[in-house]
Design a protein around this ligand. Structure first.
Ligand code: ZN
Ligand code: ZN
Length: 263
């Protein structure tokens, strides 16, 4: 009897523990997947299309990408593009909004979010570098209300996963997104290969986690190229999305007068 009860208790504990593990593991998996898709969208839309005009998306597809970014990042597009353009102009100089050469890579890695916010809150930066990206009616109505998008996304995840699993999934997504964004600016200007003469670096593992953003050395050399990778096996997921969108008639890729030779 005691043995049976022990077995029953042991089984109950095992079931309970494994269910708890699943209940935690699943939201983390969902959160990381959301991060991957929003990093892909950030790279394809905010970075390659809006900031550098390397690709133009059809309005309907662009709206879809903007909507997803609103739900998962709360980023104001013209602020992001303005801060990023300033980074390209003053790369690793004193005016760079987030330079590991100026303040050390660990500081950029850990405080990139606040460095970004400080630059984005500066109206002169946004006016000077984002003047071609005036807010449209959808920005005014919806996309400029970042916290609302994040709240809706958390509520949707809670309806799907559960009242605490939803916030756990979204919280893990926010942490992953902020960490990977910091890594592009910190690690991607410190460690890795530099085939071109600029301070950014190429790292396959970082590119794999950030939809191709890790080929940051290539990107600083050829900022208006929609393709960041150079070899057929490079992990440039946002480029794959751009090519797919082009095949479906949803994107126009900017042509180079002189074809870039990516070494
Ligand atoms: Zn950079
Ligand atoms: Zn760029």
């Amino acid at each position: 009897m005691g043995v049976a009860f022990g077995l029953f208790l042991g089984h109950a504990v095992w079931v309970f523990r494994s269910r708890t593990a699943v209940q935690i593991f699943l939201p983390l998996l969902v959160g990381f997947t959301v991060t991957q898709v929003s990093t892909l969208t950030t790279s394809a839309y905010l970075h390659r299309s809006l900031a550098h005009k390397a690709v133009t998306f059809r309005p309907g597809f662009a709206f879809f990408l903007r909507f997803f970014l609103w739900l998962t990042t709360g980023v104001k597009a013209r602020e992001w593009a303005a801060v990023h353009r300033k980074h390209h102009v003053y790369t690793d100089a004193a005016e760079d909004p987030h330079s590991p050469a100026q303040v050390g890579w660990i500081r950029v890695q850990l405080t990139n979010f606040w460095m970004y916010r400080r630059a984005a809150n500066d109206p002169i930066t946004v006016e000077k570098w984002g003047k071609d990206l005036a807010p449209d009616r959808w920005d005014r109505l919806m996309f400029d209300r970042g916290p609302l998008g994040l709240l809706i996304a958390t509520a949707l995840l809670s309806l799907w996963l559960g009242w605490w699993q939803g916030p756990l999934a979204f919280g893990f997504h926010v942490l992953s997104y902020v960490t990977l964004s910091g890594a592009i600016n910190a690690v991607g200007h410190t460690f890795g290969r530099r085939p071109y003469q600029n301070s950014a670096t190429n790292l396959h593992w970082l590119a794999g986690l950030t939809s191709g953003e890790g080929y940051h050395n290539n990107h600083h050399e050829l900022p208006t190229s929609a393709r960041f990778g150079s070899k057929w096996f490079d992990l440039d997921a946002a480029w794959w999305l751009v090519k797919l969108a082009e095949r479906c008639g949803l994107a126009h890729i900017r042509e180079f007068k002189n074809k870039p030779s990516l070494a």
